[in-house]
Design a protein around this ligand. Structure first.
Ligand SMILES: Cc1cc2nc3c(=O)[nH]c(=O)nc-3n(C[C@H](O)[C@H](O)[C@H](O)COP(=O)(O)OP(=O)(O)OC[C@H]3O[C@@H](n4cnc5c(N)ncnc54)[C@H](O)[C@@H]3O)c2cc1C
Length: 248
């Protein structure tokens, strides 16, 4: 079983109207591994052990070993909200929560000719970590779907990585996928990194794999959630889909 840690909220800052950074501190973090930024932990709701809990994966935005501090950026969303989103929106200093992990971090190919990162607000924390880490002379694009135009947050990135922000639209639900398709490709092979809602992920996977002939080892593509399903239900659909994808 993964190590369970109890962590306590020590700071909360609003990065944008729909993105909140919560800083946690705990002596339990003394053996939390360094250099896992961009990887993830699971927040545990309802139970004292991981076996019967509702688990919600969240990205390790930053871990400061000396201070035993962990930052997690929580995106907000409207409509049906689950345990994690409600917890984050009500969180106050002193609140405690259990986490398990960290989970296995995906390595990206830092030697590719260029980079193409795509995500919605749930993926901004991971993409922000990668942008801080890739070589300073890296080139490429980032397309990020945000809830409102005020959700553009400051990210540290190489000068020649261009960010395109698109605002989520009820009228045009495929605005993220459409924007990605319109980007003019650079020479050479990109490394593609995508995380977003399940249907959008499938649209993007189709585009990168079929149209642009990007092979599986030149991309990381993942759904972080699925419209209308909670994380337990999404996990099952995701598993079925990955078996199908592995076999094609
Ligand atoms: C590896 C990984 C890392 C992740 N890192 C982050 C992170 O750093 N920050 C972050 O904000 N999220 C992150 N996510 C996404 C997050 O885990 C999900 O959004 C999760 O479902 C939220 O849990 P919940 O309890 O609020 O909602 P659930 O109980 O899972 O779902 C309740 C309802 O909310 C809907 N829903 C869930 N997420 C969204 C959304 N983003 N927009 C609109 N509707 C939604 C569901 O479809 C469902 O109808 C990550 C996911 C993965 C797999």
């Amino acid at each position: 079983m993964k190590r369970i840690r109890n962590i306590k909220v020590t700071n909360i800052s609003q990065l944008s109207p729909n993105m909140k950074r919560i800083t946690f501190h705990s002596k339990d973090l003394f053996d939390f591994p360094e250099n896992e930024d961009g990887g993830y932990v699971k927040l545990l709701f309802n139970q004292k052990s991981s076996s019967n809990s509702f688990l919600r994966p969240y990205t390790i935005r930053s871990f400061r070993k000396k201070k035993l501090e962990l930052d997690i950026d929580f995106s907000n969303h409207f409509g049906n909200q689950g345990y994690a989103t409600k917890w984050a929106s009500r969180a106050k200093i002193g609140d405690e929560i259990l986490i398990s992990g960290p989970g296995l971090k995906k390595q990206i190919n830092e030697n590719s000719d260029w980079f193409f990162f795509v995500g919605d607000m749930t993926a901004i924390p991971a993409i922000a970590c990668y942008l801080e880490r890739i070589p300073k002379n890296a080139v490429g694009f980032v397309v990020l779907e945000i809830i409102s135009k005020d959700d553009k947050i400051k990210v540290v990135k190489p000068k020649n990585i261009k960010i395109k922000w698109v605002v989520k639209s009820k009228q045009n639900p495929s605005v993220l996928v459409d924007t990605v398709k319109k980007i003019n490709w650079l020479n050479g092979k990109p490394y593609v990194w995508v995380a977003c809602e399940f249907h959008k992920m499938k649209g993007l996977r189709n585009f990168f794999q079929k149209k642009k002939k990007i092979s599986k080892n030149e991309m990381y593509i993942s759904s972080y959630w699925k419209l209308g399903l909670d994380q337990e239900e999404h996990k099952l659909v995701k598993k079925e889909d990955s078996v199908e994808w592995d076999n094609n």
